[in-house]
Ligand binder design. Structure first.
Ligand code: IPE
Ligand code: IPE
Ligand code: MG
Length: 245
């Protein structure tokens, strides 16, 4: 019976987890606090969960931190979130000691130069860390990412570097911001909504989904374990008939 799976055991750890950190605003509102306090609290959860992912054997974790649609929020909230990113990148040295590599995805062209400088610095300082890659999606939208990739490919066709026949799924995958990462195995969304909100729409085409009502600032290591257990029990068929059990 040695190889029989015990109930609740995680035999199958996802290589790439995408996390939609939702519910910060509601967490703050419930306490009568301005929404930005929820974002501040959510940033603490991000640190705990990143370390927990690493400890559980996840190799890539991608967080949805700010979407291309989030610019439509009130200016003071957008500003508070951007300030929080800058503040956090100053403190990110902690992660570097954890052997976690930090990378960013999304359109950087409209971000503040002071933030961009910190992003570049963080990526450079952590580039040789190997325990796990932590990707932060800032000004990220799946449609925007695919559009940028298409433009890039079209440019190469125009200048003769590629022919139309060279365009295939692998080339598109390799032209995305996540070119270095494997496909997403599991998407976790906190905060009760059951949607992708334009997150990793190409990469998560065959992902499993785990939704929880827990608001992101309250999301704990236990919640992460529950998500990974649920994933481990899923039967991924990828359009075929094989059983993974
Ligand atoms: C997610 O929390 C964080 C960002 C989108 C930056 P929200 O701010 O969306 O929180 P709710 O959904 O309003 O509670
Ligand atoms: C998704 O959350 C974006 C991030 C977590 C950064 P939203 O709160 O923006 O998503 P919707 O508006 O509920 O779809
Ligand atoms: Mg939300």
């Amino acid at each position: 019976m040695a190889d029989k799976k015990k109930s609740g055991e995680i035999l199958n750890v996802p290589a790439h987890v995408g996390i939609i950190m939702d519910g910060n605003g509601r967490w703050a509102s419930k306490r009568g606090l301005p929404r930005k306090f929820g974002h501040r609290e959510g940033a603490k959860t991000f640190r705990t969960i990143t370390k927990a992912c690493r400890d559980m054997g996840v190799k890539y974790v991608t967080y949805y931190a700010f979407s291309t649609e989030n610019w439509s929020r009130p200016e003071d909230e957008v500003e508070a979130i951007m300030d929080l990113f800058e503040k956090y990148l100053d403190e990110v040295k902690d992660f570097i000691e954890e052997n976690i590599r930090i990378r960013f995805i999304g359109d950087r062209s409209v971000l503040k130069p002071t933030l961009l400088e910190k992003m570049d610095d963080t990526e450079k300082t952590s580039e040789n860390f190997t325990a796990m890659d932590c990707l932060l999606a800032i000004n990220y939208g799946g449609r925007d990412e695919i559009t940028r990739a298409v433009k890039n490919i079209a440019g190469k066709v125009k200048n003769g570097e590629l022919s139309v026949d060279d365009i295939n799924e692998q080339l598109v995958t390799d032209s995305l911001d996540t070119s270095f990462a494997p496909p997403v195995d599991l998407i976790i969304r906190s905060g009760g909504e059951e949607r992708l909100s334009n997150f990793l729409i190409w990469q998560a085409a065959y992902a499993e989904y785990y939704f929880t009502d827990v608001l992101w600032p309250d999301f704990s290591k236990k919640e992460l374990e529950n998500a990974l257990k649920a994933y481990s029990d899923r039967n991924r068929r990828f359009g075929g008939v094989k059983s993974s059990k």
